[in-house]
Design a protein around this ligand. Structure first.
Ligand code: SAM
Length: 198
């Protein structure tokens, strides 16, 4: 999935609060090697580096777009690496991950693998959102279900373990352009226009 750092920062204050809560739970220990897994644009990685000046702190993320912004944060003992967090090597005193592991499947194996990368006495600090029964997410799901009924063709949304579905914008756009290709529901104002804009 492609990440857009500008879009991601639109609701920055709300997004940041769980990360601040997670950081507050990390005990003050003399960490020497710290990794921020799925560090995104790196604000949390920088906060870790500022809090633990005696540690080598590395932010790891798969997205070149997110890391391009992360590189703006600099400190002598802070670095960023583009990599899949599942390919983590080395051992660490603190493994931190905020709002990233939910994108990956098989959490029992994933967490067991991360645990193996901890030095004795090390800390694993992880936060993932659990808000799929919130009103916002229920409405998204209901809207997607409505689209399913009207448009008739959906593609699985590859969001790790979440398993939600949503319409594939490319196929909606293609269908709306095809001569005679109006699909069920396209008489409804809004549906084709939405597909074209996406
Ligand atoms: C919701 S953002 C969270 C960013 C940051 N941790 C924060 O709290 O602002 C999720 C990040 O996880 C990264 N990510 C998802 N799967 C990944 C993987 N397998 N390896 C590394 N990074 C991954 C994405 O590129 C994205 O930057």
């Amino acid at each position: 999935m492609a990440w857009n750092p500008d879009q991601y920062h639109k609701f920055r204050a709300a997004r940041e609060q769980p990360a601040l809560d997670l950081q507050a739970m990390i005990p003050d220990l003399p960490y020497r090697r710290v990794a921020d897994l799925g560090c995104g644009t790196g604000e949390q990685t920088l906060a870790l580096a500022q809090r633990f000046p005696g540690a080598a702190v590395m932010g790891i993320d798969a997205s070149a777009e997110m890391l391009a912004q992360a590189q703006a944060h600099t400190a002598a003992h802070l670095s960023f690496r583009q990599s899949d967090l599942r390919e983590l090597d080395g051992t660490y005193d603190l493994l931190y991950s905020n709002a990233a592991l939910q994108w990956l499947p098989d959490h029992p194996a994933l967490l067991a693998g991360l645990w193996e990368r901890l030095n004795p006495g090390g800390v694993l600090a992880v936060q993932v959102p659990a808000n799929h029964d919130h009103v916002s997410h229920r409405l998204i799901t209901e809207t997607a279900d409505e689209f399913t009924a009207r448009v008739g063709r959906l593609h699985p949304f590859r969001a790790g373990a979440w398993g939600h579905t949503c319409p594939d914008a490319r196929s909606l756009r293609r269908d709306s352009r095809r001569p005679g290709g109006k699909r069920a529901g396209s008489d409804q104002p809004g549906l084709p226009h939405r597909a074209k804009r996406s």
